[in-house]
Design a binder for this molecule. Structure first.
Ligand code: NAP
Length: 276
C-alpha cells in the first residue's frame, strides 16, 4: 500500500529528509517550494512550486492529494507557512510533524547578543552610534531596515541579485549559494574587514560556518531571535524524522487508507519534543 507524503521545504534539511526517503517504493513524496528562488537546487523527489492559498488552500491540497503525512521542514523564520500547516492539518486530520533545528547558542569566546528584529539590531547600543562594517547575512526581502542606518558599510550575500539596490552609500553585493566552508567564511570576513555579523538564529549546520568564522576572528555577532512557531510534534534530526514517519505509517491506524495515527501520539511514543 502506498502513502502520500508532502514535505514543505525550502531548506537543506528538507532536501536531506527527501533524500533519506526518496528511494522507498511505498512512499509517494512531493516537495513543496514557495518559489522564491528562480533556479532552486535540484530535489530528489518531485516538486510543486508556489503558495497554496492560505490555510484553506493547503487543507484542500491535503484532501485532494490524499496526503497521509505532512512534514513541515521549512525554515524556522518561515512562521506563516508553519502556522498554516498546523491549522490545515487540524481541519483535515492529517498526521503532521515538523523538522526543527535547535537554535544556535552562544559558546565560550563568542561575542554574541540577541535582538528581536533587524530594526532592534540597528538601534542596539553597541551598533547604533558609530560606523561599523557589517556582514548582513539576511534574506533578500529582509534588508530594507538597513537604509535607516546609512552610516555603516554593508556586505550583502544572496543567491540572486538584490533589486532594487539598497539606498545606502557603502554596500557590496556578493552572489553565492551555501553551504559555506569555514575557511571561505573567514576569508570573506577578512576581505571586507567585517567587524559585526548580523544573522538570523536559524540553527543547524548548513549556515553555521559564518558564526564559527566570527568566533575565530573575534568578530561580534548579533543574532535575530526566532519568531514564535506553532506547538507541534517536532524532531531535530533527519534520522529522528525518518523514525517518526515510519512509526506513524506502521501504526495500525496508519494502515487505513488516507489516515495515519496522530503525530502527537506517535511523537510521544517515541519520546520526541513538542514545540520548540
Ligand atoms: P512564510 O512567510 O512563512 O510564508 C509566506 C507564504 O509563502 C505562505 O503563506 C505560503 O503561501 C508560501 N509558502 C511558504 N513556504 C512555502 C512552501 N514550502 N511551499 C509552498 N508555499 C509556501 O515563508 P518565507 O519566510 O517567505 O519563506 C518562504 C520559503 O523559503 C519557505 O519554504 C522557507 O522554508 C524558505 N526559506 C525561508 C527563509 C527565511 O528566513 N524566512 C530562509 C531560508 C529558506 P500560501 O499562504 O499562499 O500557501
Amino acid at each position: 500500500m502506498g502513502y502520500n507524503i508532502l514535505i514543505l521545504g525550502g531548506t537543506t534539511q528538507a532536501r536531506q529528509f527527501a533524500e533519506a526517503i526518496a528511494g522507498r517504493a511505498e512512499l509517494d513524496c512531493v516537495m513543496s517550494l514557495a518559489g522564491r528562488t528562480r533556479a532552486p537546487v535540484t530535489q530528489p523527489v518531485p516538486v510543486r512550486v508556489g503558495g497554496f492559498g492560505g490555510v484553506a488552500g493547503l487543507a484542500a491540497y491535503l484532501r485532494q492529494h490524499r496526503i497521509n503525512v505532512l512534514v513541515d521542514a521549512t525554515h524556522p523564520f518561515a512562521a506563516t507557512i508553519s502556522a498554516n500547516a498546523a491549522a490545515a492539518v487540524r481541519q483535515t486530520g492529517t498526521a503532521h510533524f515538523a523538522i526543527r533545528r535547535p537554535p544556535w547558542c552562544a559558546q565560550a569566546g563568542d561575542l554574541c547578543f540577541e535582538v528581536d528584529d533587524l530594526s532592534a539590531a540597528l538601534d542596539h547600543g553597541s551598533i547604533g552610534g558609530r560606523s561599523r562594517r557589517i556582514f548582513a547575512a539576511l534574506g533578500r526581502q529582509e534588508l530594507q531596515p538597513l537604509i535607516t542606518a546609512p552610516q555603516h558599510y554593508y556586505l550583502i550575500r544572496s543567491i540572486e541579485a538584490i533589486e532594487p539596490r539598497l539606498n545606502v552609500p557603502r554596500v557590496r553585493y556578493v552572489l553565492d549559494r551555501g553551504p559555506f566552508a569555514l575557511d571561505d567564511e573567514m576569508a570573506l570576513l577578512r576581505a571586507h574587514n567585517i567587524d559585526l555579523v548580523i544573522a538570523k538564529n536559524s540553527g543547524g549546520d548548513a549556515a553555521y560556518a559564518k558564526l564559527r568564522a566570527a568566533r575565530e576572528l573575534g568578530i561580534e555577532v548579533c543574532l535575530i531571535k526566532r519568531p514564535v512557531l506553532p506547538e507541534v510534534a517536532s524532531v531535530d534530526t533527519i534520522e529522528a524524522a525518518v523514525s517518526l514517519l515510519d512509526h506513524m505509517l506502521s501504526s495500525p491506524a496508519g494502515e487505513e487508507a488516507g489516515r495515519v495515527v496522530g503525530a502527537d501520539d506517535a511523537a510521544s511514543d517515541l519520546g520526541m519534543e513538542r514545540g520548540e
